[in-house]
Design a protein around this ligand. Structure first.
Ligand SMILES: [Zn+2]
Length: 363
C-alpha cells in the first residue's frame, strides 16, 4: 500500500508579542489621550509592527500577527480606550499573584467602539508576506462595561444590541480586508466560572457570543475562532484553578470553526484532551497550546512534538492544530517576557509541529 500523503497540521499564534521597551517608555511619558493617533508616536508604532512581522516570519510561522503592537492598554481595551463616556473604575480582573487589571465602565449611552481592529490588520498586511491573523475582543468581555445599576435612558438591552453590532462590524471589516482568521479573545470564559460557580455567567457569555456568530455564514465562521486561556499577565493567571471540565463543554457549544485552547500549562493535559474529545463537533478545529507564555523557559521542538503526538491520540488529525497557550503580552506595558523569548517559543512551536507532522505522516 502506498504511503499516505503527508499530513498538514496548521499552526497559528494567538496574537501579542511584548512591545519594544523604547516604545513602552515613550508611551508611558505620553501626554496624548490616544497614543495610537499621536503623530510623534506613529513612526515608533510603525517600526514596532515592521520589526515584529519581520521576526515573526523569520521563525517560519506560516501565519503571523502584528504582535498587537498598537493595541494600547491591551487586548480588551484597545477599542474603547479614550471614549468620553467611560470611567476607569470598571470590572476588576484579579490575578493569582495579587495584581489586578481593570476594565473601563460605561457612564452613558450610546455605546460605540472608538476604533476597530481592522486598522491594525491593514498596516500588518502591508508588511507581511504570509497570511495575517487578527484578534478581536469578545462581546462578553465588553459586556462587563455596563454597570450593575441601569444607565438612565440607555437600557442594558440597548447596550447589548449596540455591542453586538459593533463586534459584528469589526469582524466583518477584518474578514473583508483579508484576515486569514479572526480570533475572538474569550479569556473571561474560564474566569466566569470562578466568579460564578453556578455557571450562569458563563452560559450568558456563551449565548452572547453565539448571538454574534449567528450573524455570520458557515463559510465565514470557518475563518472565525475563539481563544480560551486562564489569563496571562506578569507570569500569572486569573483562573488556572478553574477546572476545564466546567468550561470546555460549554465552550464547544460556540458556533465558531476554530478553537485556540491553552493546554501546555495545564497539569493534566490528557484529562483535558479527553473532555475535548467527548464534546468536539465535526466542524470544529482545535488548536492546542504547545508553548506556555507564562513560563520563561523556552520549550524544545521535541517537547512540542510530543505534545502534538499526545493531542493526536484524542483529536482527529484533520481537526487538530497548534498554537501558543496565550499571547506573549496581552497588556501593552507588560515586560515580564522578552521579545527574544517570545520568538524563540514561537519557533519551537513551528519546528515541533513540523516534526510531529513527519512522525504522524510516517516520513
Ligand atoms: Zn489568552
Amino acid at each position: 500500500m502506498a504511503k499516505s500523503a503527508s499530513i498538514g497540521i496548521p499552526t497559528e499564534p494567538i496574537g501579542s508579542i511584548p512591545r519594544p521597551l523604547a516604545l513602552i517608555q515613550r508611551v508611558a511619558r505620553g501626554g496624548s489621550e490616544d497614543a495610537n493617533e499621536d503623530p510623534d508616536l506613529a513612526p515608533l508604532f510603525e517600526d514596532a509592527v515592521r520589526d515584529t512581522i519581520e521576526r515573526f516570519e523569520a521563525t517560519g510561522s506560516p501565519v503571523v500577527t502584528d504582535g498587537e503592537q498598537r493595541k494600547y492598554l491591551g487586548f480588551a481595551s484597545y477599542c474603547v480606550y479614550g471614549l468620553p463616556n467611560t470611567a476607569p473604575d470598571g470590572f476588576t480582573i484579579p490575578f493569582a499573584n495579587g495584581h489586578t487589571r481593570r476594565l473601563a465602565r460605561l457612564t452613558y449611552g450610546p455605546f460605540r467602539y472608538r476604533r476597530y481592529a481592522d486598522r491594525y490588520l491593514e498596516v500588518a498586511m502591508r508588511y507581511a508576506h504570509v497570511p495575517v491573523k487578527q484578534a478581536v475582543i469578545s462581546p462578553s468581555a465588553l459586556s462587563l462595561m455596563y454597570p450593575a445599576e441601569t444607565i438612565p435612558d440607555y437600557s442594558r438591552e440597548q447596550f447589548i444590541e449596540d455591542l453586538l453590532r459593533e463586534h459584528e462590524t469589526e469582524i466583518r471589516s477584518c474578514l473583508k480586508k483579508g484576515a486569514y482568521k479572526v480570533q475572538v479573545d474569550f479569556t473571561e470564559g474560564r474566569l466566569a466560572v470562578k466568579i460564578d460557580p453556578s455557571g450562569h455567567l458563563l452560559n450568558s457569555f456563551i449565548d452572547l457570543i453565539n448571538l454574534a456568530l449567528a450573524r455570520f455564514s458557515p463559510e465565514e465562521r470557518r475563518r472565525i475562532g475563539v481563544h480560551t486561556c486562564p489569563g496571562n499577565d506578569h507570569e500569572s493567571t486569573h483562573s488556572a484553578d478553574v477546572d476545564y471540565a466546567e468550561l470546555l463543554p460549554s465552550l464547544l457549544e460556540l458556533r465558531a470553526g476554530n478553537f485556540y485552547i491553552a493546554l501546555a500549562g495545564e497539569p493534566e493535559r490528557r484529562r483535558v484532551l479527553q473532555i475535548i474529545r467527548k464534546h468536539l463537533r465535526p466542524d470544529q478545529r482545535i488548536f492546542v497550546g504547545v508553548t506556555a507564555p507564562t513560563n520563561p523557559r523556552i520549550e524544545t521542538a521535541e517537547e512540542v512534538c510530543d505534545r502534538v503526538l499526545e493531542a493526536s491520540e484524542y483529536i482527529p488529525i484533520e481537526q487538530l492544530g497548534t498554537t501558543d497557550d496565550c499571547g506573549f503580552s496581552p497588556f501593552f506595558d507588560n515586560t515580564s517576557l522578552s521579545r527574544d523569548t517570545a520568538f524563540a517559543k514561537i519557533q519551537a512551536r513551528v519546528l515541533g509541529t513540523k516534526l510531529a507532522e513527519k512522525r504522524i505522516g510516517g516520513h
